[in-house]
Design a protein around this ligand. Structure first.
Ligand SMILES: [Zn+2]
Length: 283
């Protein structure tokens, strides 16, 4: 399998995770799961269980509501000195909370999301315009000032095709905002194969700031600014992640009973050193 970022053929296996080889490109050091999921497999991965059953997905996505709305507002502020209150598209919008945050700060727009339960929830409960589908199937005459891809890049199974679609839907000089995990971070290096983001087949691409920039440059986007977001996590989600991690090692499994002491609805500060955001502009 060729590298998505630099198209190079040679790669080395870093380790096997969930029976999938995680490999690193010999040239640009981009890491990826050497696996191309079928459309059926993708539907299976992002069924309702992904959002509601915990494990590597979300313990209960709806519990994340307030945090994700705040996150949207946070990013609206981050881009406000460059572009303010235009038409936007949120890719992998889920229940529409990020979009809602942007709308609270004067933006309008739509989201695209493959999971039907999420789409229904977004429309009925959050009252934002989220359409069911993917970038590939999306059909609209609209062009956007900003396209946001928040914690979705790792899941896209054909990044080059997706970025071509993003280019198509973006106005000239439009912006792309990406938030994703950093595989060169201290946390990622410390945890190695146990790093939370290595969870194939749901995750397929593991970026560094450098490899993301390289991919975006290839598609004629130039970096405008980047940073590390402040992050908080709902304790229910944290608990689910920790329990999932602990199940992987015999020794750590002994600690699992203690995680039941964590209450479900606390907002916990979360180390965001392994997360980054970057804003790109179309040339
Ligand atoms: Zn490469």
């Amino acid at each position: 399998m060729n590298c998505t970022v630099c198209d190079n053929e040679g790669s080395s296996t870093m380790f096997i995770k969930n029976n999938f080889p995680i490999v690193e490109c010999n040239r640009c050091k981009h890491a990826f799961t050497a696996y191309i999921p079928t459309p059926e497999k993708i539907r299976e991965i992002y069924s309702d269980d992904y959002f509601f059953k915990g494990g590597t997905g979300y313990a209960n996505y709806i519990l994340e509501k307030n945090m994700l709305i705040k996150r949207g507002e946070y990013y609206a502020r981050k881009v406000s000195n460059l572009v303010m209150g235009g038409n936007m598209l949120d890719v992998g919008a889920a229940a529409g909370f990020i979009l809602k945050g942007f709308e609270n700060k004067g933006w309008h727009g739509m989201g695209i999301e493959p999971n039907k339960s999420m789409v229904d929830f977004a429309r009925k409960e959050v009252e934002v315009n989220v359409q069911q589908g993917t970038l590939e199937t999306m059909d609209t005459e609209e062009k956007f000032d900003l396209i946001s891809i928040i914690q979705v890049m790792a899941h896209l199974y054909n990044l080059n095709k997706s970025l071509k679609r993003i280019n198509f839907f973006l106005k000239p000089k439009g912006y792309v905002l990406i938030e994703t995990w950093d595989k060169d971070s201290v946390t990622a290096k410390l945890f190695g194969k146990h790093w939370h983001e290595y969870s194939p087949p749901a995750t397929l691409n593991y970026f560094s700031r450098k490899s993301l920039e390289r991919l975006m440059n290839k598609h004629k986007f130039k970096l405008v600014k980047q940073g590390t977001p402040k992050k908080s996590i709902n304790s229910g989600h944290a608990k689910s992640l920790i329990q999932h991690k602990l199940a992987e090692s015999k020794l750590l499994r002994l600690l699992k009973p203690f995680t039941y002491l964590i209450p479900r609805n606390l907002i916990l500060p979360y180390p965001s050193e392994d997360l980054f955001w970057a804003l790109y502009q179309k040339n």
